[in-house]
Design a protein around this ligand. Structure first.
Ligand code: ADP
Ligand code: MG
Length: 304
């Protein structure tokens, strides 16, 4: 249940999408493949699943070379492609039976379809056309087709992109559940997504791996140099007053009643903002810490 990527490059025409990429994913790991759009995530995943060949380098899944082991690779790998291409005219159960028929025996197929419909919470929608489902349910169908043959390795390309917050939580739970007994690699361009599900984070930028760390370590590595807080008050205040809060370095009014406050990194500045509000008879309407975003992390990791 492992993925070994050694020196993989991929060139499309004149463009290098992957440049000498190497990493390993071990049995039972849930690893995030994190990077901005165009970084090469989908390309890497298509190579791992054997959908496209690498220009150079090797990929082994459970020890089998993906460039020669097509059938074997498909048996041990589940893949949810980006944008989850499905047949809108097919019914959910019909589609999953169709996918199941590409693996294993007929008798096994029937129970596999029922099992996966139960596991992914599709029962209430199983007799509907895929095209009639909400995006959240379509994504469950995508996960179901990836899981139906109980693969050891699961490759999920942007599994929660475009879903609403409730759907995101549901799909994350499904991935966590499936990940308990599988090796999982999921791509995302959202830091929080990587943090929410994965134990390890591999960051890719312009086809090059720029970080590969356990989640906790990556946090130490990319300590945000500043702390940004959005604070909304019920009444007017001024930047000079706000700058009186210990630790605040700048205060910018972003819209009526809302300030973007920059503090030195380190201690959480929010209690001090509350204390300031109380002293000045202001009511705090909102107080939000801006998470260090991916762009900031890239700037730190790549020095650009
Ligand atoms: P990501 O999934 O991280 O957004 P992709 O792997 O889709 O990145 O793309 C990596 C780079 O390769 C991008 O610059 C993209 O434009 C290019 N690319 C991807 N697929 C093709 C293709 N089939 N033909 C030409 N260029 C491609
Ligand atoms: Mg992609």
């Amino acid at each position: 249940m492992s993925i070994v990527v050694r020196g993989v490059s991929k060139v499309y025409g004149s463009q290098k999408a992957l440049d000498n990429v190497s990493f390993e994913v071990k049995t039972g790991e849930i690893v995030a493949f994190l990077g901005p759009n165009g970084a090469g995530k989908s390309t890497m995943m298509k190579i791992i699943t054997g959908f496209i060949p690498a220009t150079s380098g090797t990929v082994l899944v459970n020890g089998t070379d993906v460039s020669s082991g097509g059938r074997e690779i498909r048996k041990i790998t589940g893949y949810l492609p980006e944008n989850n291409p499905l047949y809108p005219e097919m019914y959910v159960r019909e589609y999953l039976s169709f996918v199941a028929s590409m693996y294993g025996s007929r008798r096994k197929q029937g129970s596999a379809v029922n099992d996966i419909i139960g596991l992914t919470g599709l029962a209430p929608e199983a007799n509907k056309k895929i095209g009639a489902l909400s995006k959240g349910y379509r994504q469950r169908v995508g996960l179901a087709q990836a899981l139906i043959h109980d693969p050891d390795v699961l490759i999920l390309d942007e599994a929660t992109t475009g879903l609403d917050p409730n759907q995101i939580i549901e799909i994350r739970n499904l991935i966590r559940e499936a990940g308990k007994e599988k090796t999982v690699m999921l791509s995302t361009h959202i830091m929080q997504e990587a943090e929410a599900i994965c134990g390890r984070i591999i960051i890719i930028d312009r086809g090059v791996i720029v970080a590969d760390e356990e989640k906790d370590k990556i946090h130490q590595k990319i300590k945000s140099p500043k702390q940004l807080i959005r604070a909304g008050f019920d009444r007017e205040t001024s930047d000079s007053e706000l700058l009186g809060i210990p630790g605040i370095k700048s205060a910018v009014l972003t819209r009526q009643g809302e300030w973007l406050l920059e503090a030195e990194s380190g201690e959480d500045i929010r209690p001090a903002i509350f204390a300031f509000a109380v002293r000045n008879n202001l009511t705090v309407l909102s107080l939000q810490k801006e998470e260090s975003n991916l762009e900031e992390i890239f700037r730190q990791l790549t020095g650009r």
